[in-house]
Design a protein around this ligand. Structure first.
Ligand SMILES: *Cc1c(COP(=O)(O)O)cnc(C)c1O
Length: 218
């Protein structure tokens, strides 16, 4: 992408990004705090995979559109256990499993609601940042083992958000290595500012908000 992005439509921007990342990588359009017109434009351009940070906002954006064929909704923000029922009911994929307590809540939520269990990714705190969500690298094997044993759906991969003040490549490389070590097919990494590096490092899913839609609303 060059810096003419603002003059392009969402459809044109999307086409350019898809050409750049190739077929092996899935573009997750991060629609948090984007207007309904922009969501509609992305859908009209053929985009079907969307990421949202918050359960309630995602319901506002997507509940009435849930029947669109091939629509895939991915939760990419932290999840509180008291929102587990709503999350398993709306999302096809939850990328932010990061603790056993949440896994237990999600299992109960699937039992209670009877929905098809979403696929899971485990969020890894690759930078070991105290304020950031994600399981620590040392606790990943135990959480993964428990998820594989007890989750009624698929455990597909890992997700990370590198520390803002560090070069992201090392974190992307580490996440990919961990996914490979554990025979997990998916690595969700890379956002608007660093997705090219993430693709080079083997991302299977990149999560783009502003690079696709433009600036978010406040
Ligand atoms: C908001 C968000 C994104 C998208 O960020 P951009 O910089 O706008 O691409 C990606 N991943 C997560 C987890 C986010 O919260």
């Amino acid at each position: 992408m060059d810096n003419k992005t603002e003059t392009l439509t969402i459809g044109e921007t999307r086409s350019a990004i898809l050409a750049e990342i190739g077929d092996a990588v899935t573009l997750v359009a991060v629609s948090k705090r984007q207007s309904d017109d922009r969501l509609a434009a992305a859908l009209a351009a053929g985009q079907r995979v969307f990421g949202e940070n918050r359960v309630q906002e995602a319901e506002r954006h997507w509940q009435a559109r849930r029947n669109i064929p091939d629509l895939e909704l991915r939760l990419i923000g932290p999840l509180q256990t008291n929102k587990a029922d709503a999350a398993v009911s709306l999302f096809d994929v939850i990328e932010t499993l990061d603790r056993e307590k949440l896994l237990t809540a999600l299992i109960r939520a699937v039992e209670r609601t009877g929905v098809k269990p979403p696929d899971l990714l485990i969020q890894v705190n690759t930078g070991d940042e105290p304020q950031k969500a994600g399981v620590s690298i040392s606790d990943l094997p135990a959480l993964l083992e428990r998820a594989r044993k007890s989750w009624p759906g698929k455990v597909r991969g890992l997700m990370c958000i590198p520390p803002v003040d560090q070069p992201p490549e090392a974190h992307f490389g580490l996440l990919k290595k961990l996914a490979d070590q554990h025979a997990l097919p998916d690595a969700s990494m890379g956002m608007s500012g660093d997705y090219k590096l993430a693709v080079k490092s083997g991302a299977t899913h990149i999560r783009l908000g502003t690079a696709l839609f433009g600036p978010r609303e406040d």
